[in-house]
Ligand binder design. Sequence first.
Ligand SMILES: [Zn+2]
Length: 326
Amino acid sequence: MNDWLRNRLVCPRDAGKLENRRDGLVCREKHFYPVIEDIPVMLVEEALETHHHTSETFRQVADQKRGKKIKTEVTRKNEVDEYVQTEIPHTSGTLYFSLRHKLTRYPIPELRLPPGNGKTFLDIGCNWGRWSIAAARKGYRPVGIDPSLDACLAARRVSIQLSLQAEFVVADARFLPFAADSFDAAFSCLVLQCFSKPNVHLTLDEIRRAIKKDGTIFLQMPNKYGARALYQQWRRGFTEGEKFEVRYWTPQELRQTFEEKFGATVMTSDCFFGLGIQASDLDLLPFKYKLVVLASEFCRKLSQVFKPLILVSDSLYLEAENQNKS
Ligand SMILES: [Zn+2]
């Protein structure tokens, strides 16, 4: 773990300073956080989990303590890490199911932010790190967090394989283990949409604390009035959703929530006709999905000119400068 990251880590339970111990970090209240293969595991065990990966991580930490070996070997050049090959539909979306174990390259999306010039970047729910990689390539200094130790280990392997500088921390978005004002920018995609609304509120409060004043907040959220969203809601009888299912928000609800937390907010379209559609992956997808991507891109570009179209876009980006810090 580099010094920059180590100096910003605090106890996620009480924000207290941490001291190094042989096998991890400990705060004054004796909360202990193991460090495994250089990745700090900063989860809050007593909190109700947002994803079953959290309890899997605790099981792995226990296994590791008993001496079970962890995969650290970096995949060979021009090959795709086995974890990414398996997890791809869960991290990139349903369009990617047929690409399981068939990826010929890493699907790295385009980050719709200006060049980073060394700015620090918090990637919330990073999984194997595709957005952290996109950010590093754009000149940011990314730190990805995810409750899954396996995902963080994969992200670390892939960033080493691609010779990019990125750090990964096992953490819960609602209890960010970073000192106040640690980052210049916060980003998240296809993650907060699967949190209950109270958990989104907790996460946004933590983002406000961890990001510097005037820092960039750039978060993807789903739109209740998207064409695909309406179909999905109909399929599940317009219920709120449970566990890691998508929770749908109206554009008004999103704007009001973000303006309360961060100040003036700009809403743009991420994609139409689904969630997680990336033009940068056009070459990887089967023909029928290429058409979906092209149609989505057409509508997205149209929505930049004809703004009301944003209101029926399935996936939205909300962008704000962190103005409301207390
Ligand atoms: Zn503590």
